[in-house]
Design a protein around this ligand. Structure first.
Ligand SMILES: [Zn+2]
Length: 208
């Protein structure tokens, strides 16, 4: 993707993340792998609801900035996803509240509860606890992001990846929706898993 289009998409998705409560205050970060092989990142310490295109940062794969500004301390997680997944061109890290709440309670989203999980995201693993903004974050997602497009960060948030930023954003929204439904279901009773036969049928269904 060219840089101009990427700047526009990042700002648009950043505003939507903030407006839908998937990040608050200055939380979260978004990046895109540019056609040039460089990366475009949201800057550290800025509210995603107020972001404008000129504030975005361009850097190389080592995180060396080409422009003034401060790269997010969570950038190593993004670089790890790009390194392991050549098919990935966009990464979002956010703090979706229901997803985080379930991780606090030790409730896994690897259970096959909702058809859309089986048909789209698949089972979403939870990475071991790592202090937010630490180098441990990249280590925590290693071994999980290769086989999954969404990973929950224990007691912290989520990371989603996509061939495009829109795809990564939809995966984040879908993850949070499934966490919310699971949360509500558990208030009423014990959620029932799909049967093996139902799961098999879903896996062979083409989504229209
Ligand atoms: Zn975070």
């Amino acid at each position: 993707m060219n840089e101009r289009q990427a700047r526009h998409e990042i700002v648009s998705v950043a505003h939507r993340l903030y407006d839908s409560g998937l990040v608050v205050a200055t939380d979260g970060n978004i990046s895109i792998r540019l056609a040039s092989g460089r990366f475009l990142f949201t800057p550290a310490g800025r509210c995603k609801g107020d972001l404008v295109e000129d504030e975005l940062l361009v850097c190389d794969r080592g995180g060396h900035l080409e422009t003034d500004g401060r790269l997010t301390s969570e950038a190593p997680m993004h670089f790890e996803a790009y390194r392991i997944r050549p098919d990935v061109n966009a990464v979002i890290h956010a703090h979706p509240p229901y997803t985080v709440a379930l991780s606090l309670a030790g409730v896994s989203l690897e259970a096959d509860l909702l058809p859309e999980m089986v048909m789209t995201l698949g089972r979403v693993p939870t990475a071991p606890f790592a202090a937010p903004s630490s180098a441990e974050g990249a280590e925590a997602i290693k071994g999980l992001i290769d086989g999954h497009d969404a990973v929950i960060l224990d007691r912290h948030g989520a990371l989603t990846a996509g061939e495009t930023l829109i795809e990564a954003h939809h995966r984040l929204e879908r993850l949070e929706f499934c966490a919310k439904v699971t949360f509500i279901a558990r208030l009423i009773g014990e959620p029932m898993r799909l049967t093996d036969e139902q799961i098999e049928r879903l896996r062979t269904t083409v989504i229209g």
